[in-house]
Ligand binder design. Structure first.
Ligand SMILES: C[S@@+](CC[C@H](N)C(=O)[O-])C[C@H]1O[C@@H](n2cnc3c(N)ncnc32)[C@H](O)[C@@H]1O
Length: 417
């Protein structure tokens, strides 16, 4: 095994032992089928154009292999290596080209972190709730298994009260933990879909509107900087000053550089350039202001989970055919919500985004479970499609008698108004 430079002192021996424990865990997990995924992140100067390396298990003609995907700035290289060779390759890369290794197994998450001065930290956390899903996965590893991108012993989780001092999940936070993980998973896919990566050493810029206690803001920043190994500047905007003070303190405590929280109203904060815009459960039209700010700042990825839809409902004039359905208040509320968010999705498409609306975490975990995900298209929208979108929006509004949709009004205003 290629070891980092050894000095005679006990600290260096302890560093080496931690590294050995990580590689032992990797070999054991590969041997007994618990291996899920390995990621090398946080590139060092020696990595050149290489941004990260991910590994997954494959059987090629009966030979157990690891598939290593080397993600460079502008291309990806894939190699399939027998297990021993692959482990040796990972060992060489770790410390020379990368500072972080993240190993996910069916029942454990391990993170090996090497500082600039060669100090080695190893975090291990048990994970239990994926076991049933994993048991159903085919043994050849060709189907991607469910993965956790965030380990339970990530320091900010403790600082925000998701885990206790021993690093165990606080039972009352189980739903939040589920939501945070699901969110990071959605974000991770969206980053790939958008082809987003830091440009010429520039940090990826994130804004989270209505950041609240900062769970998702911290998770996003941690995922970008540790999971992806990218430089990132993340700003959480939140109305409540006491929450801002709390989370700024937690971020500083955990050494989350590049992450800060600002006290402010979504309506007044207009960042110039944003790559990822997040607005989860920002109340009523605060969601529209956040979407508008994201579009104006050129966000490549927009993740929004709307909440309390008040603007559209009083405007609805019941179409005669739907009157027997919508005379029930609960139905009218649901229709108003669907209408508001459908128009948001269509309006985002007019701005050059591919948009999806889906259930983000199941209803058993939270009632606020709808996600609007918009990913900036790399090609401009064909003129005919744009025309069709405008006609669809006008048609829907006319059908329900809608006079004003906040996002539409904001988008129609001249830039800077
Ligand atoms: C339900 S919490 C959600 C927090 C966080 N996004 C999450 O999902 O965990 C909504 C937060 O948005 C904040 N908020 C509501 N309207 C806002 C506005 N106009 N500007 C900034 N923050 C706002 C509230 O103070 C609250 O903390």
């Amino acid at each position: 095994m290629t070891a980092p430079p050894l000095s005679a002192d006990t600290d260096a021996l302890a560093d080496l032992a931690r590294r050995e424990r990580f590689f032992d865990a990797l070999r054991v997990a590969l041997g007994d089928g618990r291996f899920k995924r390995l990621l090398l992140a946080k590139p060092r100067p020696g990595a050149g154009e290489l941004q990260r390396v991910s590994a997954r298990r494959l059987d090629l003609r009966g030979v157990p292999c690891l598939q290593l995907v080397h993600q460079h700035r502008t291309r990806e290289l894939t190699e399939n290596l027998p297990l021993d060779e692959a482990v040796a390759r990972i060992d060489t890369l770790l410390g020379t080209s990368f500072s972080h290794a993240h190993l996910s197994t069916r029942d454990e998450e391990l993170q090996l972190l090497i500082s600039k001065r060669g100090k080695v930290a190893l975090h291990r956390a048990r994970v239990a709730d994926d076991a049933a899903d994993e048991a159903a996965a085919p043994a050849d590893g060709h189907v991607r298994s469910k993965r956790r991108l965030l380990a339970l012993d990530t320091p900010f989780l403790q600082a925000l009260g998701v885990t206790d001092r021993a690093g165990a999940l606080v039972p009352a936070m189980a739903r939040k933990w589920k939501q945070i993980n699901k969110f990071v998973e959605v974000l991770d896919h969206a980053l790939d879909e958008a082809g987003l990566a830091p440009r010429e050493g520039q940090p990826v810029r994130v804004v989270d509107f209505g950041a609240g206690k900062g769970y998702l803001t911290c998770a996003t920043h941690h995922h970008l900087t540790h999971g992806r190994g990218w430089p990132a500047q993340t700003l959480g905007v939140e109305l409540r000053a006491e929450l801002v003070a709390q989370v700024n303190e937690a971020a500083a405590q955990c050494g989350l550089e590049g992450l800060s929280f600002q006290c402010g109203d979504v309506r007044d904060v207009a960042p110039e350039r944003v790559d990822v815009m997040i607005a989860l459960h920002a109340c009523d039209t605060a969601t529209d202001h956040a979407l508008h700010a994201g579009v104006r700042a050129g966000a490549a990825v927009i993740l929004s989970s709307p909440c309390c839809h008040k603007q559209i409902r009083p405007q609805i004039s019941l179409p005669p055919l739907l009157r027997p359905m919508l005379k029930h208040g609960i139905h009218l509320g649901q229709e108003a919500e669907m209408l508001t968010d459908s128009l948001r999705a269509l309006l985002l498409e007019t701005q050059g985004y591919d948009t999806q609306v889906f259930e983000f975490v199941s209803l058993e975990h939270t009632s606020k479970n709808k996600m609007i995900l918009a990913v900036k298209r790399r090609q401009p929208l064909p003129a005919a499609r744009l025309q069709a979108l405008h006609e669809q929006i006008a048609g829907i509004k006319a059908f329900y008698g809608i006079q004003e949709h906040c996002l539409e009004t904001l988008l129609q205003a001249p830039a800077g108004a």
